[in-house]
Design a protein. Structure first.
Length: 238
């Protein structure tokens, strides 16, 4: 027996789903112990959950792929991850499955339980090339979305800035792992960051979460994060 995360692409018979909450979510898709689902092959072993641009009643902004897999929304009477929403679709937030840091982070975008959120489109994997003091570094789009400042009286993410624009960091929307990573880069509240460009992603790094794409017995496609996929165990079906 193996986890869905470790399984190869193809038919997979579920034996056990750990956690009542996850099991209840998947039940809407007839994803139950004993059922056969299909794990969809990804383009490469570095495929990750893409960052997405979202809109709420408060603002538009960018959300890292890892966080979008922890937000469960009601869409067409099914509970799915925000990452699974089709482009331009709107769902009602039903649950935030992350901790306090994650809840506070997505709250900056107006994503809260009971509120509507629209997935505008998925973003290609990009790196923000920035200068912090004398250092020139690359920051993935998911990590860049966690960096907030204020411009002209408005709270803005680093991802909203174009070439040559800058902001003074006021808040880093993330947990201790993110804070420690940014600290090593010299990015902390009070730092001034200048955007020098946005380029295609070069490497896998913080802010990019590996995904598992599956197809339910009814043909519905669903994106799961590594943690959720690791809670599902079963066997491959020949």
């Amino acid at each position: 027996m193996l986890t869905l995360f470790d399984a190869k692409p193809g038919p997979f018979r579920i034996i056990h789903i750990e956690g009542n909450r996850l099991a209840r979510r998947l039940e809407d898709f007839r994803i139950l112990p004993g059922r056969v689902i299909t794990k969809i092959e990804l383009k490469s072993d570095k495929d990750t959950a893409p960052a997405i641009r979202v809109a709420t009643k408060e603002r538009e902004g960018v959300l890292g792929g890892g966080m979008s897999l922890k937000i469960w929304v009601d869409y067409q009477d099914s509970i799915i991850t925000l990452a699974s929403l089709p482009p331009k679709a709107t769902g009602v937030v039903k649950e935030l499955s992350g901790g306090k840091f994650m809840v506070d982070a997505v709250g900056l975008l107006g994503i809260r339980e009971g509120e509507e959120v629209t997935l505008l489109h998925r973003l290609p994997p990009m790196d923000y090339v920035v200068r912090v003091d004398t250092r020139r570094i690359r920051v993935g789009e998911g990590a860049a979305a966690k960096i907030w400042g204020t411009i002209e009286g408005r709270p803005v993410q680093l991802t909203a800035l174009g070439h040559g624009r800058s902001l003074v960091v006021e808040q880093i929307a993330g947990g201790m792992t993110s804070l420690e990573h940014f600290e090593k880069l010299g990015i902390r509240p009070g730092s001034r960051i200048v955007v020098e460009g946005v380029e295609p992603r070069q490497s896998l790094g913080i802010g990019r979460t590996q995904i598992v794409r599956i197809q339910s017995p009814d043909g519905m496609e669903l994106w799961l994060g590594e943690r959720e996929a690791s809670y599902i165990t079963g066997v491959m079906v020949k």
